[in-house]
Design a protein around this ligand. Structure first.
Ligand code: NAP
Length: 340
């Protein structure tokens, strides 16, 4: 059976996902697109896909069985609620929403519906290197994880569009989610330190150093540098009781010439995580075809939102900002047990 999909938001990542869904993966057809900029939606519409004026009209049409949301974060809440009200499985790019109140609304709507419909775009969980790293930690041979060092470096970010809040409420969500998933833990508090600023970021607060306090007592440190020039570099190393486990250097051709011996570094997230995005959608198509969702859930989107909020408070206060989570609804406890 072919899953008929509507895509909301046809900007940078929307277009990349449209390419993936039409040229790389099977079992799916894009039948509808919508963007606040109608001309952009029209230019991105594959084949005979219909262009809708509003996300609500796209969600409502009978032709659309499942939805992919790639609009900007503040628009996600209303679009997710529309999908849940229509009972349609939905893939939503991160951040799931941009406030705790919005995360609770989405979670309450999905819990009331009674079945998982939402998958959040935390693609690192589908990356083969991260999956192997998690298998080692879960295998237990190294003992309990005590520290996790996460590094998130971007060559550059768009000047004027990327603000000083964004390392904490847009970029950090990936590191927060992967830390919770790798360590099987929850974040209970956040500290933020701002070192000497990079002059490359102009007035931007860059880099930032974040400390996540986990419920088990483990600590996670995160370096976020978003103007580091040399490439997109994602690293991770877990220190356990009896050894360490790290992400590998990405395999790349070794070039030797008069400048020395070197390997290429990915330019951006599209290159580094290309297979992870493919796998994320492979698994989404299978789940959505059965009327549900898999992988990162609304609960995970809620947890990441709380970390982002606490990180912004911590940057302002200079202290440790605590996180208080709601009790986990049974819907998400069942999903976690299946994934284990
Ligand atoms: P983008 O290039 O600005 O694209 C967003 C698109 O959505 C734009 O065309 C925008 O139109 C449109 N839009 C805004 N509000 C809308 C609405 N209410 N209804 C329909 N369309 C709307 O941004 P992007 O880089 O593709 O990012 C999109 C989302 O993906 C963001 O949430 C971002 O954080 C996430 N993302 C995730 C990853 C990842 O690694 N998982 C990587 C990149 C981005 P206008 O330009 O006219 O506002």
């Amino acid at each position: 059976m072919t899953l008929q999909v509507g895509v909301i938001g046809t900007g940078m990542i929307g277009q990349d996902h449209i390419r993936r869904l039409t040229q790389v993966l099977s079992g799916v057809e894009i039948v509808a697109v919508s963007d606040i900029d109608r001309d952009r939606a029209k230019a991105s519409a594959p084949g005979t896909a219909e262009v809708f004026d509003t996300p609500e009209a796209l969600v409502a049409t009978d032709r659309v069985q499942a939805v992919v949301i790639c609009s900007w974060g503040p628009a996600h809440e209303a679009q997710l609620l529309a999908c849940i009200a229509a009972g349609k499985p939905v893939f939503c790019e991160k951040p799931m929403v941009t406030s705790e109140a919005a995360a609770l609304k989405v979670m309450e709507a999905e819990v009331a519906f009674g079945r998982r419909l939402v998958q959040v775009g935390f693609m690192r969980r589908f990356d083969a290197d991260y999956r192997r790293l998690k298998a080692v930690i879960d295998g237990g041979s190294l003992g309990a994880p005590l520290l996790y060092h996460s590094v998130h470096r971007n060559a550059s970010v768009p000047e004027g569009l990327y603000t000083s809040e964004m390392p904490l409420n847009d970029t950090l969500v990936h590191d927060a989610d992967i830390s919770r998933w790798l360590l099987g833990d929850e974040v209970t508090g956040v500290e933020v330190r701002v070192p000497r600023r990079s002059t490359r970021g102009k007035d931007l607060r860059d880099p930032v150093f974040v400390l996540l306090h986990m419920a088990s007592g483990a600590l996670v440190d995160v370096e976020i540098s978003v103007n580091i020039a040399y490439g997109y570099d994602i690293r991770g190393e877990v220190s356990c009781e009896a050894g360490i486990a790290s992400l590998p250097n990405r395999p790349a051709t070794v070039v030797s010439d008069r400048h020395g011996i070197r390997q290429a570094i990915p330019e951006d997230w599209r290159e580094r995580f290309i297979e992870a995005y493919d796998q994320e959608f492979r698994e989404w198509i299978a789940a959505a075809g059965s009327g549900t969702a898999t992988g990162p859930s609304t609960w995970d989107g809620y947890a990441a939102t709380l970390v982002a909020d606490a990180a912004l408070r911590a940057a302002a206060s200079g202290g440790l900002e605590r996180i208080a989570m709601r009790e986990k609804p049974a819907l998400y406890r069942a999903a976690a047990a299946e994934a284990a």
